[in-house]
Design a protein around this ligand. Structure first.
Ligand code: PGA
Length: 249
């Protein structure tokens, strides 16, 4: 059976009290579905509340939105993989375009974060994607390949196999514009090829960028797309529960 992953990136929304209320509604509206997993990436301060609220559901996993590459030390404001794990995280986003663009995160830093996640037993969900000017210049595949190599080149095949990928074209994030399923599928095929050459023949590759109830069915209809990473449309539990059920029997 095809395995689908629905990941909610809450960004800087939903503190612990709001997150608990969200989880109560979500649990009431959603039952586990065969072949589907739901992952939540709440803000760091809500990790423990969300993982406690959802712990009875083996189909659900909680993750951090970002981690620091060092295991501990004098890094004011940063979150280590170990601390995230103690708070209930079993995964982490790495290299989200907002981290790259707003916080100046480099490919070299994403590589260190992937390494730190793996060392702490968190599944890294590596985000890659081109900006509009890069797409218009025909550089999409070059940019995505550079980001893949930058983050994963030093890893063994066994390590690369543990990484989940999210292709998120930057121009589609939070803008209401999304890649066509065919465009996304074409980039996913290239990512799959790169990963196969680096020892991961069966990767899980999600699409992200303005996914909503109106376009998710078409995106999931693309065989290359193994799930979605969703920001805005994951912030309201009723709508998110509906999204997660899309196309289920
Ligand atoms: P969006 O965000 O669904 O609001 O476009 C996706 C993301 O940034 O992961």
């Amino acid at each position: 059976m095809r395995k689908l992953l629905f990941a909610a990136n809450w960004k800087m929304h939903l503190g612990p009290a709001d997150a608990r209320a969200y989880c109560t509604v979500f649990l009431a509206k959603s039952a586990p579905l065969p072949g589907r997993e739901v992952w939540f990436f709440p803000p760091a301060a809500s990790l423990e509340a969300v993982s406690n609220a959802l712990q009875g559901r083996p189909d659900i996993r909680v993750g951090a939105q970002d981690i620091h590459w060092e295991p501990k030390g004098a890094f004011t404001g940063a979150l280590s993989a170990g601390i995230a794990s103690q708070a209930g995280a079993r995964a982490t986003l790495v290299g989200h375009s907002e981290r790259r663009k707003i916080f100046g995160e480099t490919d070299a830093e994403t590589a260190r974060k992937v390494g730190a996640a793996l060392a702490a037993g968190l599944v890294p969900m590596l985000c890659v994607g081109e900006e509009l000017k890069e797409r218009e210049a025909g550089n999409t595949l070059a940019v995505v390949t550079r980001q893949l190599a930058g983050a994963l080149d030093g890893l063994s095949a066994a390590e690369v196999q543990k990484v989940v990928l999210a292709y998120e074209p930057v121009w589609a994030i939070g803008t209401g514009r999304n890649a066509t399923p065919q465009d996304a599928g074409a980039v996913h095929r290239e990512i799959r090829k790169w990963l196969a050459e680096h020892g991961a023949p069966h990767p899980q590759i999600l699409y992200g960028g303005s996914v909503n109830l109106g376009n998710i069915a078409a995106l999931l209809g693309e065989a290359e797309i193994d799930g979605v990473l969703v920001g805005g449309a994951s912030l309201e539990p009723d709508g998110w529960a509906q999204l997660v059920r899309t196309g289920a029997p």
